[in-house]
Design a protein around this ligand. Sequence first.
Ligand code: BGC
Length: 755
Amino acid sequence: MYYKKLLFAVMALTFGAISAQQRIPEVEALLQKMTLEEKIGQLNLLTPGGGVATGEVVSKNVEAKIKAGEVGGLFGVAGPDKVRVAQELAVKKSRLGIPLLIGSDVIHGYKTTYPIPLGLASSWDMDLVQQAAQMAAKEATADGINWNFSPMVDIARDPRWGRIAEGAGEDPYLGSRIAEASIKGYQGDDLAAAHTMLACVKHFALYGAAEAGRDYHSVDMSKIKMFNQYLPPYKAAVDAGVASVMSSFNDVDGIPATGNKWLLTDLLRDKWGFNGFVVSDYTSLNEMIPHGLGDLQAVSALALNAGLDMDMVGEGFLTTLKKSLEEGKVTEEAITNACRRILEAKYISGLFEDPYRYLDSKRPAKDILTKENRALARTLAAHSFVLLKNENNILPLQKNKKIALVGPLADSRNNMLGTWAPTGDVSLAVTILEGFKNVAPNATIQYAKGANISDDEEFAKHVNVFGPRIEIDERSPEVMVDEAVELAKNADVVVAVVGEATEMTGEAASRTDISIPESQKILIRALVATGKPVALVLMSGRPLTIPDELGLPVAILQVWHPGVEAGNAIADVVFGDYNPSGKLTVTWPRNVGQIPIYYSAKNTGRPAPENDEFQKFRSNYLDSPNSPLLPFGYGLSYTNFEYSNLKLDKASIGQGESISATVTVTNTGNYDGEEVVQLYLRDVVRSITPPKRELKGFRKILLKKGESKEVTITLSPDDLKFYNSQLDFVAEPGEFVVFVGTNSDAQLSKSFVLN
Ligand code: BGC
């Protein structure tokens, strides 16, 4: 037993590196016994919707197909008892008894929902990111899940795209660190352990670069941009040993990712050495038909030959591969290879040793939604908030004041979890009203809705597909605003919870206007006009264009969609029990016309003046500055941090050498606080145009009030490298400038030379 465990642990650690020479004998023996149909069956991933025992919603005849050996995995079925029904069908009723993979979208927590990924990323705290994923894995596996369709690591530089909420933001360096931490959290170091699950990095590749921010839209990008800006987080995931990869809906260089051999084989397997399995996105194989690549048989053969192993829901593989084999359009070897990769994943998960490994009926009560998990969700949420503005130090509030708590999101349980929380339970979410009462029982809190999230009924219909998110009140907008203003006038301070409903971001939730809806803007202006101090708690799944609100004399705390502990965590920060420490991981534009806008843009041959002044025949706009509303890496604290005395340990280095930057950071304010010290690098001269600066290191530190610390960040030889015109990863000799500071506008700088 011990030996087996050890073997699994070693296998899990080296999963990314199973080579032809290291084949798993059990898998090879099984392959020998399998018919062609059974091999093709393993490539089929279905979703039974209502559960195999009670009927089918999406995939048809699931039970019969499992018995016939025509299913490799299921998703959308959960709970040890329900999963057992399916697993027993596979193990006891199919000829070879091969267990099923059981997948799920555990995107930001299983039942204990924590902040949306864009929020969690804003913590810049890799320990917390890992702990979050660990908790999600423990809960999901307790419910019978052994495979997670996460992390999504798509770089996104267009906040119109609704799925920006699901990723880590715009930066390849930070995105890579978050990919690694998530995979460590989900997979642990023993994939066969009962509390770890296979991760699936998605959506490979470039899904976040959809044209015009419209979901599922085309992507067309140079290889230079791909390799330097968009591919690093996927590669980091592969290097971290991710067990599976999901192909994306979009095309890459004119070929949809799901049928793109350059992407799925030449790059992923041959160049990066990935040896896990590749699954399509939901019917993305079939979608190659409307993409314009042929009929179902043609696109299925294309996908298999490209290196796709598993077909999600579309059943193109199941229904056409045999014919394609007979017609010589695919080989049996290709089918066997795909099948092998799926069987290897099952083996490494420990499913062959014990198909019921994740099906302990006692675990859900023990492991899901525990006190500890909810406490962690509360911590994660508080760490994800970003203080955007704090006029007159309105925040934190004292706990004994008279507070007018207003806004359409202040008491809106349905909007706390955020997008892509299908396993969460909205009824368990803590509203802000409840959180305030929990944390500040001696405050006088009066609530008014004040406005609808939007007054637009048609828009509300589009948003409300998964249930009521935008609920349009029977009262007129004027009556609602008046009621809120009355409360405000009689209060010491106003807290207005405003922004986006959860489904205003997420899949197929792109917007062309990313401002706060007009109904809420009117409310905000009316509240400020009372002259009372106003704190805005801003909820959204994306950067919003808020130049008007940022210009008001208010405090603004950006809270994303915080998850099941929303209200408690917001109260913790608003009342000063936790000093906000989050930093934006994506640039906030002034207006949609600036998009795409990101800090690592290139200088151009005609850079605009640094001071944002318009100059004719320079790269700028007639009607807007170039600078963003809020830069990448930005976030305030209740205290202040000062940076001084930046030093490099060397003036010049040779190829292959490291260099360290040290800076003194001092907490000069009145609160203890955490700061994210950020290091950016400019490669002054290159054989291809360099970005103005790029994040290459960061450290999150705690400083007591009045305390100073020296912080050292070391640049490794790889941190100086980039992909050149030949796509070689090189560092070129010459001058480099290091910038260190509190956000991507960091001004302290020192130069060194690479010889
Ligand atoms: C999404 C994926 C998800 C899959 C399965 C698709 O629509 O793009 O991110 O994993 O559905 O639910």
